[in-house]
Ligand binder design. Structure first.
Ligand code: AMP
Length: 362
């Protein structure tokens, strides 16, 4: 399928072309027509990298009227995601005169109040959005489209109560779209409570990611990692359990000549940004991280993710591997396990309906 089969305006087709998107991704093929042509609410299971943002941004740009105040609100769990989402909308809106207000904490409130006065679409994090609602500087009574992005992360970060308050502050007749990489019970309950009948859409788990594992004795784990990292093309993340592991592993790798960086909670904001910048510039091609710290890393062309330690649960596995194989590119996800961890890997495989093959070291 091509974008021009989706009934889009010339303006947006132009913007899509300028962004260099050639074909719609799986989730875009499913969500765009439903959002544009039906009246249903939508629950979509899709992760970062699937093209989920454009799947709602494109119809929103088509549907939102430039002259009717705030017609759409998008809630994201983090500031970084709010910025990414707002940027994606900006870059797709072409010459439609839509005003997008970015509303998140850590920034002065007055420029936000000003931005809200002219906004058509609000993108933000729950805390600051609620703050504006409570101050009376954000009125959601005309909202037609409510989009909840990365709902499972909202849950993990304890924002669900805030999300409900914001839902209740909106116009009752709004359409709701909920995006989530995983579908824990609490999220389905939220959908049931607020969304009535909805269409459920599931993006294909990225066929671009080749998943495998290597089984080693515990004392061979580091050596196995080194063998994987010797590939000159390697550009990716290595996940560890704790921040201490990330520091130790990065320093062990550097000791033997690998250019590796680590990102963990003990770094200051500016140190963290520096590591991410070096990684994005490919001055370091190996980045060691924990689950929490990997959230802010938005790089599309990683070709590999290694689980040096297995994650706590199947959901984290999905988040980790979703860092590669993005935006139509190919990627590998390799887990290093010992014999005792084999069962846990199989559990992840079953729970997420995946196929994780044994990797032959050659
Ligand atoms: P997302 O899943 O929304 O985080 O998108 C991941 C990345 O894929 C973003 O950088 C998008 O700009 C990019 N992207 C979205 N749709 C497409 C597409 N149809 N073709 C190529 N890249 C895309």
């Amino acid at each position: 399928m091509n974008f021009n089969e989706l009934n889009l305006s010339d303006n947006i087709l132009n913007a899509i072309r300028n962004k260099g998107f050639e074909k719609p991704t799986d989730i875009q093929m499913k969500v765009i027509p439903l959002f544009l042509n039906d009246e249903y609410n939508i629950v979509a299971q899709a992760r970062t990298g699937s093209g989920k943002t454009a799947s709602f941004a494109i119809p929103l740009i088509e549907l939102v009227n430039e002259n009717n105040g705030i017609e759409a609100i998008i809630l994201t769990p983090t500031r970084e995601l709010a910025i990414q989402v707002a940027d994606e909308i900006e870059s797709l809106k072409g010459n439609k005169n839509l005003k997008i207000a970015k509303i998140y904490g850590g920034k002065a409130i007055y420029p936000q109040i000003k931005a809200l006065k002219n906004a058509n679409i609000v993108v933000g994090t729950p805390g600051r959005i609620l703050d504006h609602i409570n101050r009376g500087t954000l009125n959601l009574k005309n909202v037609k489209y409510f989009i909840l992005d990365e709902a499972d992360e909202m849950l993990n970060m304890g924002f669900i109560k805030d999300v409900e308050k914001i839902l209740n502050a909106c116009n009752k007749d709004k359409r709701i779209l909920l995006f989530s990489a995983t579908m824990p019970r609490e999220i389905l309950n939220l959908a049931k409570k607020y969304m009535g009948d909805y269409s459920f859409i599931k993006a294909k788990i990225n066929a671009n990611i080749e998943q495998s594992y290597v089984e080693v004795n515990e004392n061979e784990r580091f050596e196995a990692l080194c063998r994987l990292l010797k590939n000159k093309e390697f550009y990716g993340l290595v996940f560890c359990k704790t921040k201490r592991d990330t520091k130790e592993l990065a320093s062990m790798l550097r000791d033997i000549g690998f250019k590796a960086g680590a990102i963990h909670g003990d770094l200051s904001q500016s140190q963290r940004e520096k590591v991410i910048r070096l990684f994005k510039q490919k001055k370091i091609r190996i980045l060691i991280a924990t689950d929490v710290m990997s959230r802010g890393i938005d790089v599309n062309d990683l070709n590999c993710v290694i689980n040096y330690h297995l994650p706590q649960n199947p959901e984290s596995y999905m988040h980790r591997i979703g860092r590669t194989g993005r935006a139509g590119k190919k990627g590998k996800a390799i887990s290093i396990i010992n014999r005792r961890e084999y069962k846990k890997l199989r559990y992840i495989e079953r729970a997420m309906k995946l196929k994780i093959k044994k990797l032959k070291f050659g």
